[in-house]
Design a protein around this ligand. Sequence first.
Ligand code: FAD
Length: 270
Amino acid sequence: MEVLRREQLSEHLVRLVLGGPGLAGFVSTGIPDEWVGLVIPQQFQSRYYTVRSFDGTELVLDVVVHDVGLVTEWARRTGPGEVVGEQVTVTEAKGSFAMPPGARWLLLVGDLTAMPAMARIAESVEVPTRIWAEVPAGASDELAGYLPAGPEVTWLEQPGDGQSALAEVVEGIEWPEGEGYFWMAGESAQMRAIRKHLMRERRLPSTAYDVMGYWRGVARRQPRAVDPGPVWRAGKAAGKNDEQIWADYDAQQDAAEGESPSSAQQEATP
Ligand SMILES: Cc1cc2nc3c(=O)[nH]c(=O)nc-3n(C[C@H](O)[C@H](O)[C@H](O)COP(=O)(O)OP(=O)(O)OC[C@H]3O[C@@H](n4cnc5c(N)ncnc54)[C@H](O)[C@@H]3O)c2cc1C
């Protein structure tokens, strides 16, 4: 696909509008948190981005420009060598948001990388929705219009660059009564902590939530402590379900890291 336009939505968020003949082969899943792999020119590695919108002629991705990174540095370019007009590769779309038909409410929690998905999800559901959005200091005003009107939004300040404190926030949420759905995405170590909380303290079935690690924090980053492959295979061989396998993986990660919430890999990597 071709980058048709680049718009600076806020200091930290850049909109890339993709189109051109390559768009003809794109098929949306219709799942509101759907994502694609984006491969920028002269690269072979991909990074995942949420499809903020797709109308058949334009595909919109909203990219967080953080400190350093392959896509972040490319997307930041303006002037000579700017991204408009460049050709990128976009992989097949996938999604995981699966709110049960009986859900009466929806809670969405995420950092800046989750804003595109939270906005699209909030636009697509009809149940009462609450949003907790963690954004860089001072960014909530310019981002206020990014989310659709309707849901009650709590803006949270990100503790620092490459950091997130969403796990603590979620542990303090007053859960609504009755059946609902919880969706959350952001920094991977935070997501791991929340999965544990939902399984162990709230004892939710895995159908009641979707928690995705979108990126890995830089603070105290170290090589992946536990390889998920063998844990997954051993769990499957033992007839365990996904929840139980995640719990095994989390326990081994904690043991390897001495309970430190660091080094999460992009575990939700599709
Ligand atoms: C399903 C899914 C959907 C996603 N949707 C979006 C989306 O719509 N918009 C979006 O911006 N991102 C989204 N992400 C997150 C995005 O894929 C990662 O942030 C990715 O690492 C960014 O690539 P990069 O090339 O800029 O940085 P990388 O080259 O991957 O990383 C470079 C360094 O930056 C750090 N880093 C990566 N991301 C961040 C960040 N956000 N803040 C601070 N430090 C960071 C890394 O730890 C690393 O040290 C999504 C991820 C997934 C799995």
